[in-house]
Design a binder for this molecule. Structure first.
Ligand SMILES: [Zn+2]
Length: 359
């Protein structure tokens, strides 16, 4: 860590010391290009292993299981990252799927509920119904705001919700006459639902830990705030959520970006590699997931950082422009996406937001 700091001081001087740490790799000249080259070398040099070989050389904790790619079914593994102590006691390992590019935790958290395919009950309910399992996935949710004090953490969440809704303009500006379902773990802290009600939405909460999903459906909006990375069966779960949307409905997704410049800069030390996170999507793999689960299209809103967007951090002209360029090239820390249930939704909202079709 010290060596890295000393090196960047030699390369960049002290000019960037006043820039908050999480933005530094976005504002330093040439850094994106250097990290891209480094990333490609990492992918090119890391061997792709057969599933069996990966199992044999990897230690398995009691609460873990080996998995294959949940997005495309590929079994081969490209082990890219490992971090001691980020899992409960053990090592947190992240592999890349050599077929579709998804990054995922492997070994993953093992559900106590047997993995029996069921067609009548969605996986979300089946898997999360097991309390210890939900605890393993969600225990660190309350620390998701860098260990800030509770009040500050709540303020930050409120700011994040507001900025993200605003990024999709017309979809969230008025909720009058529309229903919104927020999906997450537990009862939630109510911060987001209060905001949504202030904007006129009729709100409901789906507790993914409460067992089979029995919500009636017909919702105009579903929101997934930092939940996608924690879904162990994303294809099954998103199909289920897609089924809860009304014609013309949309689903808001906020999740860590697997193509982020920050991940490429920090590697094993990236903040997205935390205990409950199982899967890391890029815009590309998210489009694959959405098209496999019946959504008609998706629009992305670049994430520049909450503090930057809220004007709490001022970056001098050139640095600000560099940050924007790097984010707009796909390297933002988070993905903000709006998925459209069907063509009607694309027509109603997507055309104004520059939707990409996912089918
Ligand atoms: Zn895959």
């Amino acid at each position: 860590m010290f060596a890295r700091r000393a090196l960047s001081r030699v390369v960049y001087g002290s000019r960037y010391d006043r820039v908050p740490r999480n933005h530094r790799s976005y504002v330093r000249p040439g850094e994106r290009l250097a990290r891209e080259v480094q990333w490609r070398l990492r992918i090119g040099r890391t061997p792709v292993m057969r599933f069996q070989d990966y199992r044999e050389r990897t230690l398995l904790e009691r609460t873990e299981e080996f998995v294959t790619c949940r997005l495309c079914g590929e079994t081969r593994q490209q082990p890219l990252f490992q971090r001691a102590g980020a899992g409960r006691g053990g090592t947190y390992r992240v592999v890349r799927c050599p077929a579709c590019g998804l990054l995922y935790r492997n070994p993953a958290v093992r559900p106590a509920t047997p993995d029996v395919p069921r067609t009548d009950v969605p996986y979300a309910g089946l898997l999360y119904a097991d309390v210890p399992y939900a605890d393993l996935l969600y225990a660190d949710v309350s620390h998701a705001d860098d260990g800030a004090a509770p009040d500050r953490a709540a303020d930050r969440r409120r700011r994040r919700h507001r900025l993200t809704m605003d990024a999709f303009g017309p979809v969230f500006s008025s909720g009058r006459g529309r229903t919104l379902l927020d999906a997450g773990h537990g009862a939630g802290d109510g911060i987001f639902l209060r905001l949504a009600r202030e904007r006129g939405f009729d709100t409901a909460r789906l507790d993914l830990a409460a067992g089979p999903v029995t919500a009636a459906g017909g919702f105009d909006v579903i929101t997934l705030w930092s939940v996608l990375a924690r879904l162990p069966r994303p294809v099954e779960d998103l199909r289920c959520l897609r089924g809860l949307l009304a014609p013309g409905g949309v689903m808001l997704i906020l999740t860590a970006n697997a193509a982020s410049l920050q991940l490429k800069a920090y590697g094993n030390g990236w903040t997205g590699f935390r205990r409950g996170n199982l899967m890391f999507y890029s815009a590309e793999t998210l489009v694959t997931l959405l098209s496999r689960t019946g959504f008609a299209g998706v629009a992305f809103a670049p994430f520049y950082g909450d503090d930057v967007e809220a004007g709490a951090v001022g970056l001098p002209g050139r640095m600000g422009r560099r940050l924007r360029r790097n984010v707009e090239a796909g390297g933002g820390k988070m993905i903000r996406a709006l998925a459209f249930a069907d063509r009607e939704a694309v027509h109603r909202w997507g055309e104004r937001l520059g939707a990409r079709r996912s089918t």
